[in-house]
Design a protein around this ligand. Sequence first.
Ligand code: HEM
Ligand SMILES: *[C@@H]1O[C@H](CO)[C@@H](O)[C@H](O)[C@H]1NC(C)=O
Ligand SMILES: *[C@@H]1O[C@H](CO)[C@@H](O)[C@H](O)[C@H]1NC(C)=O
Ligand SMILES: *[C@@H]1O[C@H](CO)[C@@H](O)[C@H](O)[C@H]1NC(C)=O
Ligand SMILES: *[C@@H]1O[C@H](CO)[C@@H](O)[C@H](O)[C@H]1NC(C)=O
Ligand SMILES: CC(=O)N[C@H]1CO[C@H](CO)[C@@H](O)[C@@H]1O
Length: 334
Amino acid sequence: MRKNILVLLVASILLVGCMGGAHGKGHGKGGGLKMKYYQNLCRSVSVENTVRDIVWSKVSADPAMAAKLLRLHYHDCFVRGCDGSILLDPTQNTTTEKTAGPNRSISGYEVIDEIKTKLEANCPGTVSCADIVALAARDAVSFQFRREMWPVFTGRKDGRVSLASEVGGNLPSANANFTTLLNQFGTKGLNLNDLVTLSGAHTIGISHCTLVARRLYNFTGVGDADPSLDPTYAQTLRNLCPNPINPSTALEMDPNSSLSFDSDYYRALNQHKGLFVSDAALLTNRQSASVAKILENPKLFFAQFAMSMVKMGAVEVLTGGQGEVRTNCRVVNS
Ligand code: HEM
Ligand SMILES: *[C@@H]1O[C@H](CO)[C@@H](O)[C@H](O)[C@H]1NC(C)=O
Ligand SMILES: *[C@@H]1O[C@H](CO)[C@@H](O)[C@H](O)[C@H]1NC(C)=O
Ligand SMILES: *[C@@H]1O[C@H](CO)[C@@H](O)[C@H](O)[C@H]1NC(C)=O
Ligand SMILES: *[C@@H]1O[C@H](CO)[C@@H](O)[C@H](O)[C@H]1NC(C)=O
Ligand SMILES: CC(=O)N[C@H]1CO[C@H](CO)[C@@H](O)[C@@H]1O
């Protein structure tokens, strides 16, 4: 009986997941992407194994790197699609995405460079930086489990444009409310189910006190501390983030297990211990709150996360004759 209820829940999650894919451009695993895209294009090494081996050795040496690489892919996909635009260094004339405000804790660029160098040596001009980022995100999360946590369809091309000015409007803020979050995900072809599921990425990694300060203190012009935050957890956070706030103080997003990719995020969330306003906002909508309840089950979370990552990985991708394959992920080809 219990099992039947679970099956039903999964089925309805999957259904909601599929129905949401009808708008936005270039998403869906179609999007021109496919499995084993590089099989015949790069014969001297396995592209997938090369990425995995380097990522696993980096994450094994520094477990915090898993969250960095996962977030890198998200930030790439949400601004101009998954086209490697997050990797471009600023030039004399342009300020690129990575220079924008939300770049604060973004890193992992050196890992992507190392993979790229290895692949260029074996198959020059073949493997896009955008695909490397997508594979690296999957492999980073997968290290903990020693198995692929979701399929990565490949064949993305790299974009030639990256503008700091495009980051603000596209990346949801930590203080965004439910309506804004749903709208911002909607413009990427991602639905309510994807929003709740992908927010579960906050089961790993760190944040900073500046991003939660206004939930903890009564600042002039901002208003009261956030009453939706569990009072005990709020006090814990005030101890970690004393006022005045030190902007460089880091905070674990899932205090119980910020290095373990699991469904604890939802347990915390449902106990009103979500860190950001954007996390807590998921409980303000009846539908998303019930999805958050369901996703406390690890099996359902992993299955649903896999599906939503495939969708996110296809957002506004460049394929076929579009874009280019950069030879250096930090600069466009000349
Ligand atoms: C729903 C909207 C989202 C908002 C508002 C949001 C916001 C944030 C913020 C403010 C931080 C902390 C950054 C810092 O302190 O510098 C963060 C960290 C992180 N985010 Fe999100 N995020 C969202 C969705 C996602 C998604 C979809 C993913 C991936 C699928 C993701 C993965 C991560 C990871 C892994 C970290 C930790 C990074 C680290 O440890 O360095 N986030 N996010
Ligand atoms: C950058 O700006 C300079 C001066 O305006 C111009 O000469 C140069 O062509 C520009 N370079 C690029 C890559 O746009
Ligand atoms: C959500 O935030 C947006 C942008 O800040 C604001 O315009 C809107 O009124 C807010 N909606 C709710 C329901 O609070
Ligand atoms: C926050 O500040 C406002 C305005 O000064 C005041 O009315 C309110 O009572 C304060 N709230 C708390 C919890 O101190
Ligand atoms: C954190 O761990 C404690 C002790 O094991 C447990 O009681 C609590 O439910 C956990 N909280 C979350 C949000 O997982
Ligand atoms: C590495 C990098 O570009 N950091 C930038 C991140 O954003 C802040 C604020 O906009 C800049 O001051 C940093 O230089």
